[in-house]
Write a protein that binds this ligand. Sequence first.
Ligand code: PAF
Length: 297
Amino acid sequence: MRELERKPSSDTHVRTLRTVAELRAALAGPRRAGRTIGLVPTMGAFHEGHLSLMRHARADCDETVVSLFVNPTQFDQEADLGAYPRDEARDAALAAQAGVDLLFAPPLAEVYPPGFATTVSVAGLTETLEGSHRGHAHFDGVATVVTKLLNMVMPDVAYFGHKDAQQALVIERLVRDLDLPVRIEVCPTVREPDGLAMSSRNARLSASERGRATALARALRAAQEAVAAGARDPALARAAALAELRCAQIEPEYLAFVSPDTLTPVRALDGDVLAVVAARVGDTRLIDNHLLKDGSA
Ligand code: PAF
């Protein structure tokens, strides 16, 4: 692993590019020289989850590119887009410290020029969970922008977090279906010490909401404990998880036990099962998931 050879950078500056032409010019030399390129697509507001993706990219690849683009087409609510935290200077400094080589932060018109008329839409996987709660446009927006970013950067490997497990599956499917020449790496969810999954949205929680939000991780742990204690009926694990959420006055948008490959609900908690939850804590919508182990492995 190259990470062992490369110490974290003390730089506070990362080269920032705004256009696809600049990006391609910057990557032409390394590509010709046979250097591998890793891409971490982001919407900014970096936290330890993003930094861990950057470290994975840096460890695996010769050049690390981070894209920073708050993609309007994947937001189902105008207010959510407006409230999305933006601080490019802070993000650039963190990317520099993480040893990122290039930050690609295009303006809106570079990604969606006037007359833009194409949508990438993945059927099936997008119709449940996040898709059914946020509407079809959400994953169409994600699939379209990720396809564009992959075409712009042409990385060897692109890195995504497992917290957005459904998003990762959708991206794996579009890469396979469209024969895109890239490997998708899905990296583990990074958590706060109290279990809360890291998310740019956590910054919007008030102090009391921040305390209540830990119930999502506790709910998933309660489901895991029910399975470890022998529960095989999803209703039993659901009841244990729901009790944790309700203790924190949280009513989930969904709390489900699904196949990690197809996202269809499972009938029994044996083999691989993904527990998924989405809930609003105050005005902030949070999601989390956990791959349940039934002890048979
Ligand atoms: O996970 C995200 O931050 C976004 O959905 C992504 C993949 C950068 C696309 O805008």
